[in-house]
Design a protein around this ligand. Structure first.
Ligand code: P6P
Length: 334
């Protein structure tokens, strides 16, 4: 039974044996993410004070302005994961192609690959709104000791061994799963330790919050328009509350605690929506399902989608089970 105020390190050790591949490598991998999270958190928290915000002048494969903090977070996570000699490959929203990590030890047995959105919601940095890091972990499918290939990254979300996010908010938290439920750890910045603050996080089956960018309403499919109108009708426990921060991690985190649904549907301007399957939708879907919620593209389970490209986008509907199923019913009716 998890004990409140247990540290993340103690929790990992206590639960390591319950992980079916308990070789200790995954524990070391989660620990390296913890280290990188503390370093990035330090910079995010002082971003307003030093010349590290604002566009870095470059743009990433998404064609989005790369914020300096994006670049910093990307470099920190890649550096930490590489130095700890645990993973054999990394894919990042900020990197056009995947990175093959050829360990100095040519006999290395490193078997994990990590996919990461190093700083999701980064357009909020300059306006001091919470941002987050999202990570997804798989076992490689190609032989250990050889350079990774694209196949190691284009795996269905149902093959994930771990996934989680760091939210740099009013407090900094790590929320993650290894397939045995979802647990949240809050950083005590005074001593740099994460403590178990949210054991066994669960999406309420129902909720009264819907999160969508209603500015895109006219571009949405009719089914989504009808569901949004359903949320706004005076009937039963409705109208629901509209809450949209523009930061997936923040909206997801609030909805998991309070109950709610997050939607980034396809539209007439973005035929596959905006969110990326591999390092945004799959990890959040793993967390959602482990927390008794649901995640789909409106018709199909997110974690069953077979990826075809590293940065592919999919429509994303995620949150409280009954709310997602209601939205899917509107999508099917069209
Ligand atoms: P829009 C941030 O860029 C992000 O990927 C998610 O964190 C967020 O929910 C969404 O995009 C916001 O997109 O188009 O509503 O500004």
């Amino acid at each position: 039974m998890s004990k409140r105020n247990q540290t993340l390190g103690e929790f990992i050790i206590e639960h390591q044996s319950s992980f079916k591949y308990s070789s200790g490598e995954l524990s070391r991998l989660i620990n390296s993410i913890r280290l990188a999270a503390k370093v990035v958190n330090h910079e995010v928290n002082k971003a307003g004070l030093v010349d590290i915000i604002g566009a870095a002048g470059d743009t990433n494969i998404q064609g989005e302005d790369q914020q300096k903090l994006d670049v910093y977070a990307n470099n920190k996570f890649i550096q930490t994961l590489t130095n700890r000699n645990i993973v054999c490959g990394i894919a990042s929203e900020e990197e056009d192609d995947f990175i093959s990590i050829n360990s100095q030890d040519e006999n290395h047995q490193n078997k994990y690959v990590v996919l990461i959105d190093p700083l999701d919601g980064s357009s909020n940095i300059d306006v001091n709104v919470s941002v987050g890091t999202i990570f997804s972990i798989y076992r490689r499918v190609t032989p250990v000791g050889t350079p990774v290939t694209l196949d190691d990254f284009l795996q269905q979300g149902n093959k994930q061994v771990a996934a989680g996010y760091i939210i740099y908010g009013t407090s900094t938290m790590i929320v993650y799963t290894t397939g045995a439920g979802v647990n949240g750890f809050t950083l005590n910045p005074a001593i740099g330790t994460f403590y178990l603050s949210h054991p066994n996080m669960q999406f309420p089956k129902d909720g009264k919050i819907y999160s969508v960018n209603e500015g895109n309403y006219i571009h949405f499919p009719q089914g989504i328009k009808n569901y949004i109108k359903y949320c706004q009708m005076e009937e039963g426990d409705r109208p629901y509350t509209s809450r949209y921060i523009g930061s997936l991690v923040s909206d997801f985190h609030r909805n998991m605690i309070k109950g709610g649904i997050y939607m980034y549907p396809k539209s007439s301007v973005s035929s596959n929506g905006k969110l990326r399957l591999l390092y945004e939708c799959n990890p959040m879907a793993f967390l959602a399902e482990q927390a008794n919620g649901k995640a789909s593209d409106g018709f199909n389970r997110i974690m069953d989608i077979q990826p075809t490209e590293l940065h592919q986008r999919v429509p994303f509907i995620c949150g409280s089970l009954n709310m997602v199923e209601k939205a899917e019913a509107f999508m099917r009716k069209g």
